[in-house]
Design a protein around this ligand. Structure first.
Ligand code: FAD
Length: 451
């Protein structure tokens, strides 16, 4: 068995074994599970990552990449192994009119700042810009422009990676496509992403944001479905919000850019929709201000301390046909009653044919909905947090019987059978890619997938 001593002998002072560093790497945004590594390595190059993996693989030492650290349930942890802290790999640029190359440890907020300086933006962004590039591309990456452009991972033109066996590759749809497709939305199983070249589009200067309110879930979903198909807006998301003691209302958040001629035409954009016109809210914002809309929440929740509390979050992708019944069941479930106080419920549509990464799992049918149940547990009550994770599990099982799949960035324990079920007929292809590129099965064990 390899010990911390063997690792220190091989990697010297580059291997950080200070208790505070091990403690940080044993944690993540979820604050629900802890697994302490033997050491933390902070590579500055692909060669250093390759060196580590060549050493770790034959010795069976688990290795996990860590970027923004926003995992919910230990996905980026490496108990008894090495955490590759990629934050020093954060170079961005050069930016051209159509693309930018960014290293995997960069955060989306830094990518956007660099591209906006050239009037450009990635076509799709996550709601929260503090997540890491590598971690998001390995999950897939969902955002409000997804109904038009697909996943963040679908915007990647080329990847620089180091495979589990320590090999350095550049891959793209035309060069080693099998590796390229196994890495995007591949949950870090086959390779560590070192850098990605991303497609860029012109960024609007200003956008108009519409909040459309609905008392009725059926009408809300019908309008969401219609707007996804018609693509009237550049950004389309939405939420379920508590109203009164037991009720819920629904809000579509839709955004359209100002053009050279001024703001968009409200009449055309809202024509025929079933929202409550008296409750309509509109607001004009600079594009960058809109993209950073979650920053204020982060600031407030950091001040109240909630940002550092346990986060038993659950993201499900629901098929169109059963979305309404699953949403009704979950929102009425007493085990999710705390969503009314400390939660945020996202509910918005995506179109399956826009989601191109082959290993990104989605329910059948063209329209699907992201249902994100984002809750905070009290800091000093492990029993409450565990009950919330158990409720996630029950909701997942219920939704799965209705054709849903998980967006696998959750506080959700999954068994071997669950993972096989998740990947369905893609499981043999994933297992094949895993054995080829990570033959010692050392990468990204934190997801709990066994091959
Ligand atoms: C506040 C908040 C808001 C979020 N909003 C969105 C959203 O709008 N849309 C969305 O899609 N997701 C969202 N997420 C989920 C987030 O995108 C994922 O959890 C993502 O994996 C986080 O990446 P990270 O680098 O920050 O996390 P980390 O914990 O560092 O990494 C997460 C996972 O990615 C793997 N990984 C990290 N870097 C690499 C790499 N270079 N190569 C290969 N694998 C790697 C890790 O091994 C780990 O399994 C949100 C999460 C939070 C906490």
């Amino acid at each position: 068995m390899t010990t911390a001593h063997d690792l220190a002998a091989r990697f010297g002072p580059a291997l950080d074994i200070r208790p505070e560093s091990l403690g940080e790497a044993a944690q993540d945004f979820g604050h629900l599970v802890r697994a302490e590594p033997l050491g933390v390595l902070r590579p500055h190059s692909a060669a250093e990552i390759g060196d580590l993996l060549e050493f770790a693989g034959p010795r069976g030492i688990p290795v996990s990449a860590r970027g923004g650290g926003h995992s919910m349930y230990g996905q980026g942890q490496a108990g008894g192994g090495i955490v590759l802290d990629l934050r020093a790999l954060d170079r961005i640029g050069p930016v051209t009119d159509t693309q930018v190359t960014v290293q995997a440890g960069a955060l989306w907020r830094d990518v956007l700042a660099a591209t906006l300086a050239h009037g450009r933006t990635p076509p799709v962004l996550t709601d929260y810009l503090g997540a890491g590039v590598g971690g998001t591309l390995s999950a897939g990456g969902l955002g409000g422009a997804g109904h038009r452009h697909g996943l963040l991972a679908d915007q990647v033109l080329e990847l620089e990676v180091v495979t589990g066996s320590g090999e350095h590759h550049f891959c793209s749809p035309g060069r080693e496509p099998e590796l390229f497709h196994a890495v995007l939305a591949g949950l870090g199983q086959c390779a560590v992403i070192v850098a990605a070249t991303l497609r860029l589009v012109p960024a609007p200067d200003r956008v108009r944001r519409y909040c459309l309110y609905y008392a009725d879930l059926t009408r809300y979903l019908a309008d969401q479905r219609r707007l996804a198909h018609e693509q009237r807006f550049t950004h389309l998301e939405g939420q379920a919000r508590p109203v009164g003691e037991h009720g819920w209302q629904y809000m579509i958040e839709a955004v359209a850019p100002h053009t050279g001629l001024g703001p968009p035409d409200d009449g055309t954009l809202l024509d025929g929709l079933a929202h409550d016109p008296a409750a309509l809210e509109t607001e004009d914002l600079a594009y960058g201000e809109f993209a950073h809309r979650v920053d204020t929440d982060e600031e407030v929740l950091t001040t109240t301390g909630e940002w550092l509390c346990p986060h038993p979050w659950l993201n499900l992708l629901l098929p169109d046909g059963s979305a309404e019944s699953v949403v009704r069941a979950v929102l009425a479930d007493p085990a999710f009653a705390d969503l009314r106080e400390t939660g945020l419920v996202l509910l918005y549509p995506l179109l399956s044919d826009r989601l191109r990464a082959p290993f990104f799992r989605r329910p059948s049918g063209q329209v699907l909905y992201l249902l994100a149940l984002l809750r905070t547990a009290p800091p000093d009550s492990p029993g409450t947090a565990a009950a919330m994770v158990a409720a996630n599990r029950a909701a997942y099982e219920l939704a799965r019987t209705q054709g849903a799949v998980a967006y696998p960035v959750n506080a959700l324990p999954l068994s071997d059978a669950d993972w096989r079920d998740h990947y369905g007929d893609r499981w043999p292809a994933l297992a094949d890619a895993k054995r080829r590129h990570d033959p010692h099965l050392v990468l990204a064990r934190g997801h709990g997938m066994r091959f």
